[in-house]
Design a protein around this ligand. Structure first.
Ligand SMILES: NC(=O)C1=CN([C@@H]2O[C@H](COP(=O)(O)OP(=O)(O)OC[C@H]3O[C@@H](n4cnc5c(N)ncnc54)[C@H](OP(=O)(O)O)[C@@H]3O)[C@@H](O)[C@H]2O)C=CC1
Ligand SMILES: N[C@@H](CC=O)C(=O)O
Length: 372
């Protein structure tokens, strides 16, 4: 039996769903000769580590207990029973991740699975073990750090960072490695903004829709990351960098759906959701009505072409590929020599804990050849 030890960073919507998928796929994986061993689980304030990282992992019942505590909004450190685990907090948590990575890295190997939305996990991603990312931030830092991270291409996977569970990164890398040059990628890459735009067409209020998107698990922890266009820009940057362009986030033209006085420097996420959001209702309603009077709809579009990446709202015909998009679906069109007149199109659910966690799990399994 092949054993894949993992440390999970982040136990929010995606991280918890990943734990559920791992538990429910135990017998499938066992038939495939694979066992995923959870040796560590962390949240923003602590890390739980299995007593015997070399041989055992956390039991299913304990993982279910972790999910239960975290979905009630409590920190990991509030678990009364630590099972066969040690709890580390603060700097001790990070030091332990480094020490597990170095001891398992030299023996059985380790996959660090980043389901946080933190920029701080970047240092963990560069420890030299296998890395699976749902978190886009380690890939959207300075170009030099990105290049260092992806240079170990056999031991890094980040399919869920663009299009959640959809095979966008896999398709782009396959086209590139076949020597078929990609000239243009255009798409609707935000499940949240896709959902917002199609719900606005139904006449609902912007503020109501954003709150619903958050409760459905589509948004980033701070929905302003979606509404500012930053999350789409990060996805655009990841794709642009895969094309070999040495660009940074600051090179991307980004249209925000809210003014800067509603930004994180001026108000908390909670204040934005309860007091700021509704003030945007009227403006968004008007923009949708203007587009509709011309037979168009609004879509938040990412265009990657001629060494440039731009993200923002576009008025598009209702019956265009992007105009027909409903709910949290994403669509990505890839143009290359082979796909010049008829692009390669990838479409489907583009956000949500279930599909994202499924993409992360598939990435972990994809690394199996590295493990003994
Ligand atoms: N939801 C989706 O559809 C998709 C999400 N993603 C990405 O998945 C990631 C997770 O999203 P989601 O689960 O919705 O977010 P949540 O806010 O639900 O969960 C984030 C988790 O990360 C933890 N965390 C924060 N900082 C750190 C840290 N420094 N070290 C370890 N853990 C930390 C949080 O801890 P605490 O519980 O203590 O706050 C929380 O458990 C994001 O990067 C997102 O962009 C990617 C594709 C699709
Ligand atoms: N917040 C993101 C989640 C996936 O990356 C989105 O809405 O697409």
């Amino acid at each position: 039996m092949k054993s894949i030890p993992i440390i999970l960073l982040g136990c929010g919507g995606v991280g918890r769903q990943l734990l559920h998928h791992i538990i429910s796929c135990r017998s499938l994986h066992s038939k495939q000769g694979i066992i995923i061993r959870l040796v560590g689980v962390s949240d923003s304030s602590s890390l739980l580590v299995s007593d015997d990282i070399m041989l055992s992992g956390m039991r299913n019942e304990f993982l279910a207990e972790i999910c239960h505590v975290k979905s009630a909004g409590s920190p990991l450190k509030s678990l009364l029973n630590h099972g066969h685990c040690q709890l580390y907090t603060g700097q001790g948590a990070l030091e332990n991740i480094v020490s597990i990575a170095s001891s398992l890295g030299r023996s059985t190997g380790l996959a660090v699975v980043d389901c946080s939305a933190s920029a701080e996990t970047e240092q963990v991603s560069s420890l030299g073990c296998c890395v699976v990312l749902a978190n886009k931030k380690p890939l959207t830092c300075a170009i030099e750090d990105f290049e260092k991270l992806v240079s170990h291409f056999r031991r890094i996977r980040f399919e869920s960072t663009v299009g959640a569970g959809l095979p966008v990164i896999a398709s782009v890398t396959r086209v590139i490695s076949s020597g078929d040059p990609i000239s243009r990628i255009v798409g609707s890459l935000s499940g949240t903004l896709g959902y917002v735009m199609s719900e606005l067409e139904e006449g609902k209020a912007f503020s109501e829709i954003v709150r619903a998107a958050k409760s459905l698990g589509y948004t980033e922890p701070d929905p302003r990351d979606d509404l500012s266009g930053m999350d789409v820009a990060r996805k655009g940057l990841i794709l642009s960098r895969l094309l070999g362009w040495r660009i940074n986030l600051s090179d991307i033209k980004i249209e925000s759906l809210y003014p800067s006085e509603f930004g994180p420097d001026s108000m908390s996420t909670e204040d934005f959701l309860s007091k700021g959001l509704w003030q945007l209702d009227e403006k968004l309603k008007e923009r949708v009505a203007t587009a509709s009077s011309k037979g168009n709809v609004l879509r938040y579009v990412c265009v990657i072409e001629d060494s440039r990446c731009n993200v923002g709202l576009q008025e598009l015909p209702k019956d265009s590929a992007l105009g027909r998009l409903r709910g949290s679906d994403n669509v990505v069109e890839i143009y290359s020599r082979c796909y010049k007149n008829s692009p390669l199109v990838i479409q489907g659910a583009g956000a949500g804990n279930d599909t994202t966690a499924a993409g992360v799990l598939a990435d972990i399994i994809d690394l199996q050849d590295i493990f003994a």
